[in-house]
Design a protein around this ligand. Structure first.
Ligand SMILES: Cc1cc2nc3c(=O)[nH]c(=O)nc-3n(C[C@H](O)[C@H](O)[C@H](O)COP(=O)(O)OP(=O)(O)OC[C@H]3O[C@@H](n4cnc5c(N)ncnc54)[C@H](O)[C@@H]3O)c2cc1C
Length: 426
């Protein structure tokens, strides 16, 4: 895509999955796109690094699935959730409920590799990518519409102009803050500590969540992007270990990230046993507090996508999917916006974006909040584990909904809720 003589049509801020997908889809829609990220890729990102089965659909469309499946990723066949009571919820993606994902398995892949690959796909689609360029400010036209950004680089600051700015700059998005859209949730304030280990005992092709009265840990095999990792725990992949605790607990501990993660594992004997031979192979990275939800996913001249628009809790592990799908949703909206100058018509298009997001993600947000409530309130999760360990089909359905290919409405239907309640009774 040649650069427009009078500037870019779209500036995407952030080159994670949301930004790369938004930029790629906008370029495919014929728009001249410039993407800026403050980091140099490949860069690490604290994450449990699981991509849901339906996430593969967008990866495939972007031409990123084959390189991942050829050797960069592990396969996850389902999830097992261990409740504080010791109860287990075991669900698989390939099940007899009749719903099929784009793939019957999720992927485990180091973010250094995944994000750099997606950014390369955006470049290949014609997107100009500026790395190590930090957006500091939004620029406005005479009508108050955002029409560009200021960026700071090693060589100084400069302005980039475009009739549309896409904020895909993650948690604490500078675009959301400068556009007056950021809203920090007081509920579910948590922080996470993430690292990779070799030789964790008894790992399988299932992702694991272990919930305690004091946070939870996710364990999953992930590929390193170097041609290793195909299959389930074949010894060449590493284990992603992500401990998530309430912010208040982390503040009380006043410990380093290493001490937080290792102390938390040591305090849980069943898990500690599995780490006796384990070797940590990456630094412990801390992230949080998270839980943020933009008041609205747009402002005049701005669209938000990915974590910049909404992120609750990593438990259900679908942020990457939402980030990838977000690009697909917003590209036609971006196309209409850059070709419309009438203010009233533009406003209608922005409102249509909000509507599309609510229709696409609304059911999932409700399910995600219910799950987050159960995780934060152990008696509820213990009850759910009892119900779902007695009803494997229902567990598969729930895991399929978290895998983004079973509609949330299928799980939240009155019939399923009744079935759940009857299994939960003693
Ligand atoms: C502990 C934890 C575990 C998780 N596990 C999973 C999981 O297993 N599966 C899953 O699907 N999701 C998971 N998530 C969620 C997932 O990580 C996010 O939803 C996903 O990364 C969102 O992508 P994004 O592109 O919106 O943001 P990011 O991936 O955060 O990318 C934002 C980009 O913006 C750039 N940026 C930021 N500020 C600026 C600026 N001012 N100027 C220029 N660039 C800027 C950053 O450098 C970064 O590259 C997890 C999250 C956490 C915290």
């Amino acid at each position: 895509m040649a650069r427009m003589s009078d500037g870019w049509q779209v500036i995407v801020v952030g080159g994670g999955p949301a930004g790369a997908s938004a930029a790629w889809h906008c370029a495919q829609a014929g728009l001249a796109v410039c993407l800026v990220d403050r980091a140099r890729f490949p860069r690490a990102k604290p994450c449990a690094e699981y991509v849901s089965p339906e996430g593969s659909r967008i990866l495939d469309r972007m031409g990123a699935l084959s390189p991942l499946e050829r050797g960069g990723a592990t396969y996850l066949t389902g999830m097992v959730v261990h409740a504080p009571s010791g109860g287990r919820i075991h669900g698989e993606f390939a099940a007899r409920h009749g719903y099929r994902g784009f793939r019957d398995r999720g992927l485990g892949i180091r973010r250094e590799f995944l994000d750099a690959l997606l950014l390369d796909r955006a470049r290949a689609a014609g997107v100009e990518v500026l790395e190590e360029a930090r957006v500091t400010q939004l620029r406005h036209d005479a009508h108050g519409q955002v029409n560009g950004v200021d960026i700071a680089t090693d060589t100084g600051t400069r302005a980039l102009q475009a009739p549309l700015v896409i904020g895909a700059d993650g948690l604490n998005s500078v675009v959301a803050r400068r556009a007056g859209l950021a809203h920090r949730s007081r509920w579910l304030r948590r922080v996470a500590y993430v690292a990779h280990y070799r030789d964790v005992r008894a790992m399988s092709s299932l992702g694991e969540m272990h919930v305690t009265d004091n946070g939870y840990v996710g364990l999953a095999q992930v590929g390193d992007g170097q041609g290793h990792g195909q299959g389930d725990g074949d010894g060449t992949a590493v284990t992603n270990v992500a401990v998530v605790v309430p912010t208040r607990f982390a503040q009380q501990q006043r410990a380093t990230p290493e001490a937080m993660l290792e102390g938390w594992l040591a305090a849980h004997p069943v898990l500690a046993k599995r780490f006796v031979d384990a070797v940590r192979v990456t630094p412990v990275r801390a992230v949080g507090p998270f839980a943020s939800h933009a008041r609205r996913a747009w402002a005049p001249g701005v669209l938000l996508t990915g974590d910049a628009a909404d992120f609750l809790d990593p438990f259900t592990g679908e942020g990457i999917f939402a980030a990838l799908v977000g690009g697909e949703l917003l590209a036609p909206i971006a196309h209409d916006l850059v070709h419309t100058s009438d203010m009233t018509a533009r406003r209608r298009i922005f409102e249509a974006y909000e509507h599309t997001r609510n229709t696409t993600f609304g059911g999932k947000w409700r399910l995600e909040r219910l799950i987050a409530l159960a995780v934060a309130w152990p008696p509820l999760l213990n009850r759910a584990a009892r119900a779902l360990s007695r009803d494997r089909d229902l567990a598969d359905l729930l895991i399929g909904a978290t895998g983004d290919f079973v509609p949330a409405s299928a799980v939240l239907s009155p019939r399923m809720l009744l079935r759940f309640l009857s299994s939960a009774l003693p």
